[in-house]
Structure formats: C-alpha cells, structure tokens
Design a protein around this ligand. Structure first.
Ligand SMILES: [Zn+2]
Length: 259
C-alpha cells in the first residue's frame, strides 16, 4: 500500500486540477451511521413516507419527516472531521484542490476547513433548513430548537411555508447549480479521486467516467471493491483516514523538496 500512496501523492503534485469526490464511507469514519445500511434509520421508517411529494401534501407527513430527520441530525451535529476530511482541507491550503464534490450532507468538509466555494454538496446539507415556499434559509440548529420546544413541523417566519432540512429527498430534483458544476469540473480535471463511495447512486456513478473520458487519471479509495475498480488507474482498499493522511504526508514532502 505504501507504493500506491506514494504514487497517488506524485500524481497530486503533478496535477493542475484535482477533483475529490466523497461518499458515505468518509462520514462513517467520523461515526455517522450510513442510513442505508442494515439497522440504519431506513429500517425503522418506511421510505415512502418521506417522498418529497408527501412532505408537501400533508402536515402528518411533515411531522413524521421532522421526527426522522431529527434522529439523523443529532449524530451529525456531534460528529468531527476525521483525518481524511482534514487531508482534503490540507489539499486546498496547498493550492491543490479544484473542488470537493460530496454526497454527504453532514457539513464536515466545512468543519474541516474547506472553503464554501470549493464544496459542491450534491445532496444538499443537513446543516441548513429551507422554506419550501419562499426559499429562505435558516440555520438548522435554530429550527431544531423550535422543534424541541414542540413545533412538530416548523414553518417559515416570513411566509408561513413549510420548512424542510436543505437535503435532497426522494422525489426532489437534484440541485441544478451543484450538479452542473460537478459535471463541468469533473470533465475539466486531470485527477479525479473517489473517497468512500461505492459509486452506485446516480449521478455520482457517471462522474468518474466523465473525468476519465476527458483524460483524467482516476483513483478510488474505498473499503470495498467497486464496479469501477477495473477502470481506475489506481484502487486502494482500506480506511480513508489513514490512507489520505499518508498521501498528504507524501504530497507535503514532495512539494517541500521542490522548493
Ligand atoms: Zn418562507
């Protein structure tokens, strides 16, 4: 694995545009449960209850939604960035990060120190709440406090519209700007690094291919094999934290040596 880590570090040093793509595996290393895994929240709720259409249609659905969303939010709020998040923040500090495209909604890239304009949240964020009517955004914690005080389905203070965590729900369309920009940056990069994603959910699954087709090198760092392993220029199976920390250590060494 040492050779692989050194190789990826060299590629980073010699690349002009590095795009990092992060999936749920990155969050689980910070202790955030993968909600789709057995025993996860989805086992205890019926996903159909949480379709966007139902949320908009009935107060009862909204109350149920907020109850489940609260259960998912609490561990996220407490979670801290792990060494892989910190390594990605380091990449930005070294001027080596074009952007981070993330499927995660936990705000950990922000907490790790990446700047807002480098983060593309494909599935939205659980750290904010949005009004479904006037689109005003609220800080999640403030609305969550209202929920704790008994507002079972909080409403917008401005227009009275229903408030919903700013994550993308089933049946809700993907955020246009983020999706478009993700494709654009994937096609323009020369190194695409997947971290902690099995690349099964669309449009995630097509981005590495877009990058590859346009001449980028593809690196996959994931605990389990993915169906893209054969396409990748390098695959490292294992925990993202120590692997990314190792890669960054080598990047810094190489950059130091160049000076
Ligand atoms: Zn509103």
């Amino acid at each position: 694995m040492k050779d692989q880590i050194e190789k990826v570090a060299q590629w980073i040093v010699h690349s002009k545009r590095v795009v990092v793509f992060a999936g749920a595996g990155l969050s689980t290393e910070s202790g955030i449960p993968d909600f789709r895994s057995p025993g996860g929240v989805w086992d205890r709720y019926n996903p159909e209850d949480f379709y966007f259409q139902n949320f908009m249609a009935s107060e009862a659905s909204r109350e149920k939604y907020w109850q489940m969303a609260t259960e998912m939010y609490e561990p996220m709020k407490k979670a801290q960035p792990n060494p892989a998040h910190l390594a990605i923040a380091d990449l930005e500090r070294l001027g080596k990060l074009d952007c981070i495209i993330t499927q995660n909604v936990d705000g950990l890239h922000h907490k790790a120190g990446n700047s807002e304009e480098k983060i593309l949240e494909l599935h939205g964020t659980a750290m904010h709440v949005a009004c479904m009517q006037c689109h005003k955004r609220y800080d999640r914690e403030k609305v969550q406090q209202r929920w704790r005080n008994g507002e079972k389905a909080p409403r917008c203070g401005d227009c009275g519209g229903p408030l919903k965590p700013a994550t993308i729900s089933f049946g809700q369309s993907m955020p246009e700007r983020e999706t478009e920009e993700s494709y654009q940056r994937s096609s323009a990069c020369d190194l695409f690094i997947v971290i902690g994603s099995s690349l099964v959910v669309q449009p995630a699954a097509s981005m590495p291919l877009v990058a590859k087709r346009n001449g980028a090198k593809l690196v996959i760092i994931n605990r389990d094999p993915t169906s893209f392993d054969d396409t990748a220029d390098m695959t490292i199976h294992g925990q993202a934290g120590p692997i990314m920390a190792g890669i960054l250590e080598n990047v810094k060494k190489e950059l130091g040596a160049q000076e």
